[in-house]
Design a protein around this ligand. Structure first.
Ligand code: ZN
Ligand code: ZN
Length: 358
């Protein structure tokens, strides 16, 4: 790794403009040439090599995140190499994966390590950033990223794998919220990308048996990521069976299933409904009270959990490569977006490659 040099290195190698996806207004996007961002204090410029879209981007585009201002450069699941840095710990050329939440560092929640709950959300002047939400993201040739969001990629982790840095942390945090214990019977409700990461991580950190519950044709292709795969229509026969239930589907049906699947005294972690407007009805509260259940919400990936998840990835304990079903150059973003949002050809995750053409 080369050592860090000052911002003066920038003009020689960093173009003044770059290609970026721009969410121009709610429900409108374009590929544009925009000014290359300049990293601020305690930030580096990352040359993006691999960057994914996820369902959250569809919510951002729809204007459902009030803190996101249009026009906006999205992208919050990405990896690349440092192109400009003033910090010798994160030198030029270093390969990094990006975590999404950066706290102010000084509020009560940040001091607890729960920077995902930072009390200064959206106030950039305090140091807070939600990369790709309140600040420009990685669906672009370059992104200015706070150092606090960076994780060095282990040697054998590729950029494509490194783009999963944030997702893997989200999945691991949900398991830790649920106090996963060796030998636990674990069920994951929701076979999307994060749920599939959670199923694999549960197995690798010692679950006794991992069951995956979901619907649709995707179930067939992910069969080997759990010990057992069950169609959501058949969950009734598994009621009261599991020590730990982790939900990453985001629907009321899935949350009801999750609560029903827990054994008495078990733990239920709800992680899917990250947008407002999903109400939970039809749950008999005695299921929770007489069941002595822990029903927990899990948001994102605090306490540097993504770094520990990367160690498991580097060890070959999690397969994200087969979850990355499609690849496109950034220039073909419209195709990639359609493939993802319409789940064409069994799409789970699509990967954009900003630097593919250069
Ligand atoms: Zn995402
Ligand atoms: Zn804070």
């Amino acid at each position: 790794m080369k050592s860090a040099v000052g911002l003066s290195a920038r003009s020689a190698e960093i173009p003044a403009t770059m290609l970026a996806v721009v969410f121009t207004a709610p429900n409108e996007f374009a590929l544009r040439e925009v000014p290359t961002p300049r990293p601020g204090p305690r930030e580096v410029l990352v040359r993006v090599r691999a960057s994914m879209v996820c369902a959250t981007d569809t919510k951002i585009l729809a204007g459902k995140f009030p803190a996101t201002r249009f026009p906006h450069v999205p992208g919050h699941e990405f990896a690349g190499e440092i192109a400009v840095s003033n910090d010798e710990r994160f030198g030029i050329g270093a390969r990094v994966g990006v975590e999404v939440h950066v706290g102010c560092g000084t509020c009560d929640r940040c001091r607890e390590g729960m920077y995902t709950l930072c009390q200064n959300y959206g106030k950039r002047e305090t140091g807070h950033a939600h990369v790709g939400f309140t600040t420009g993201g990685g669906l672009a040739d370059y992104a200015a990223v706070p150092i606090a969001a960076l994780h060095m990629l282990p040697e054998h982790v590729t950029f494509d794998q490194g783009a999963w840095t944030d997702n893997l942390g989200v999945a691991l945090w949900a398991l830790e919220r649920g106090r996963i214990a060796a030998g636990d019977k674990v069920v994951v409700v929701g076979p999307g990308a994060i749920g599939l990461c959670a199923a694999q991580l549960a197995r690798t950190i010692g679950a006794g048996r991992v069951t995956l519950v979901g619907r649709g044709p995707r179930l067939a292709r992910v069969r080997d990521m759990a010990d057992e795969v069950i169609d959501a229509a058949d969950v009734a026969r598994l009621r009261g069976n599991f020590d730990l239930v982790v939900e990453f589907a985001g629907t009321a049906d899935a949350a009801r299933d999750a609560i029903a699947l827990a054994r008495r005294g078990g733990r239920v972690v709800l992680g899917g409904a990250t947008g407002t407007g999903v109400a939970l009805s039809g749950v008999d509260l005695s299921t929770i009270v007489l069941g002595n259940l822990d029903v927990l919400g899990s948001l994102a990936n605090p306490k540097g959990v993504s770094g520990r998840a990367l160690a498991l990835l580097a060890d070959g304990k999690v397969d994200v490569t087969s979850l990355t079903t499609h690849h496109f150059p950034l220039r073909s973003f419209a195709d990639a977006w359609q493939t993802f949002t319409e789940r064409r050809d069994g799409a789970i995750r699509v990967m954009l490659h900003p630097q593919a053409e250069s």
